[in-house]
Ligand binder design. Structure first.
Ligand code: UDP
Length: 429
């Protein structure tokens, strides 16, 4: 089966760490890698050129390639401004496909912009379209109470995609239910498929060694945040919780350090990030300077050091469909404090692998922190925390469920075989 995957706005194989790169990149990268375990699968990932030096076709393996096509200026751009360049990208994609010797069997689009491109390809070449939203604008707007700055055509386009797609994949039960309730799709069109976690990338390192390497003090008690710096991610709630702890539990407050990983390059991207500017201002006003350290984005391969050295990972999102970061932290044996939304609600077993709190509720988060740090170390069984996620989530499982949906749409009935996975995941281009 030859799959036409569309990831218009970002190349999943460019190095992670930019401001607009996050869960979707990881999803497509890991899934493509796991899909190539099926010998008959070929996957083309079409993306816009955003770096003049990275263009045309890059082979990731004999079965997978990334095809860079022109679609707007050849530089990274704000997603909300990319809509105008869809026609150019679509034209280039159509002409590329027309010249291929072997035709594609299925279109697999990621995020609403790619969904619109995918719809055109579906019609032109008469192919089934499988779409995955990653986030839904109407749910995000609701969570942010109208403060999200989305393209004004996005909500309507997402509704339209719900109807024209042949199948919809979601990583979250709530999100799927919303598609049924709000957009009236039949539940047989939707499929909930959970993302995985890469066990070879996320495992525990010895804490002391990591702390020394980071030059953090042994007595520091580290709370870690990993992710994009965006209002929907709720980092401000952690700042407010620290302020509360300063008033009510000075002893604990004095030991804590909040490490923030993400938001793009520290010097080049962070200073221009509006949410970062807002948070820094609040840190100054609340006199928390020195308590919060922003490191900028790190390569995924480095993250286990941060996860292993933290006593808790915090994921305070206002809106999240799945949340890869707490799963990665848990795979490293670190408990997670997560807001009680989306799939994160089911991920946390209270007191066993973390705690949950209502989104935006700083006082509840402060209590969770007190509770967590008052628990004796031995109560947090690190191997048990790791097992709570690695036994449930794997990219091989995600690929198996995704591929069986693709086969169903193509009415393929032959027996399924896999080849052993490659030693390494597909590497960045
Ligand atoms: N990530 C990374 N480096 C960073 C920050 C994040 O590699 O500096 C990765 C992280 O490992 C995770 C993904 O980006 O796999 C973020 O996914 P998540 O689902 O938590 O958030 P999203 O970006 O989808 O909102």
């Amino acid at each position: 089966m030859k799959i036409c995957a569309i990831s218009f706005h970002c190349c999943p194989f460019s190095l992670l760490g930019g401001d607009g790169t996050g869960g979707m990149n990881v999803y497509l990268r890991e899934l493509s890698s796991a899909l190539t375990r099926y010998p008959e699968v070929k996957i083309d990932i079409f993306t816009r050129i955003q770096n003049p030096k990275i263009r045309e076709i890059k082979y990731l393996s004999p079965q997978a390639r990334v095809v860079h096509l022109r679609g707007g200026p050849e530089r990274p751009m704000d997603r909300a401004k990319l809509y105008d360049f869809l026609p150019e990208f679509s034209r280039n994609l159509e002409s590329f496909i027309s010249q291929e010797r072997e035709s594609h069997d299925l279109v697999y689009s990621h995020y609403w912009l790619s969904g619109l491109v995918g719809e055109g390809i579906k019609q032109k070449f008469n192919l089934p379209l499988v779409h995955i939203y990653h986030t839904l604008a109407f749910l995000k707007e609701r969570a942010l109470r109208g403060k999200s700055r989305e393209h004004n055509g996005r909500i309507e386009a997402e509704r339209h995609l719900a109807h024209v797609s042949d199948a919809l994949i979601s990583s979250s039960e709530d999100e799927m239910q919303s598609l049924v309730d709000e957009y009236g799709i039949s539940s047989s069109k939707g499929r909930i498929i959970y993302p995985g976690v890469n066990k070879k990338l996320f495992y525990r390192l010895e804490d002391g060694m990591v702390l020394r390497e980071m030059r953090w003090k042994e007595k520091d008690r580290i709370i870690l945040y990993v992710g994009r710096i965006d209002p929907a991610k709720g980092l401000m709630t952690v700042i407010e919780a620290l302020e509360l702890l300063k008033k009510k539990n000075l002893l604990l407050y004095n030991q804590l350090k909040l490490i923030v990983v993400g938001g793009g390059r520290k010097k080049e991207d962070l200073p221009g990030n509006k949410e970062y500017i807002r948070i820094k201002k609040s840190i100054r006003e609340k006199k928390l300077t020195g308590k919060v350290i922003f490191l900028g984005s790190k390569k995924q391969s480095e993250l286990k050091k941060y996860y292993s050295s933290a006593e808790a990972l915090v994921m305070p999102s206002l809106y999240e469909s799945f949340g890869l970061v707490p799963v990665e932290a848990m795979a490293c044996g670190t408990p997670a404090l997560v807001s009680r939304i989306g799939e994160m609600r089911y991920l946390v077993q209270e007191g066993k692998n973390g705690f949950s709190f209502p989104p935006k509720n700083a006082s509840s988060l402060a209590s969770c922190l007190e509770h967590l740090f008052s628990n004796k170390e031995s109560l947090w069984d690190k191997e048990r925390i790791r097992q709570s996620v690695v036994k449930n989530f794997s990219w091989e499982k995600t690929a198996e469920e995704t591929y069986s949906l693709f086969r169903k749409l193509r009415r393929e009935k032959t027996a399924l075989t896999t080849i052993s996975p490659p030693d390494e995941s597909l590497q960045p281009v």
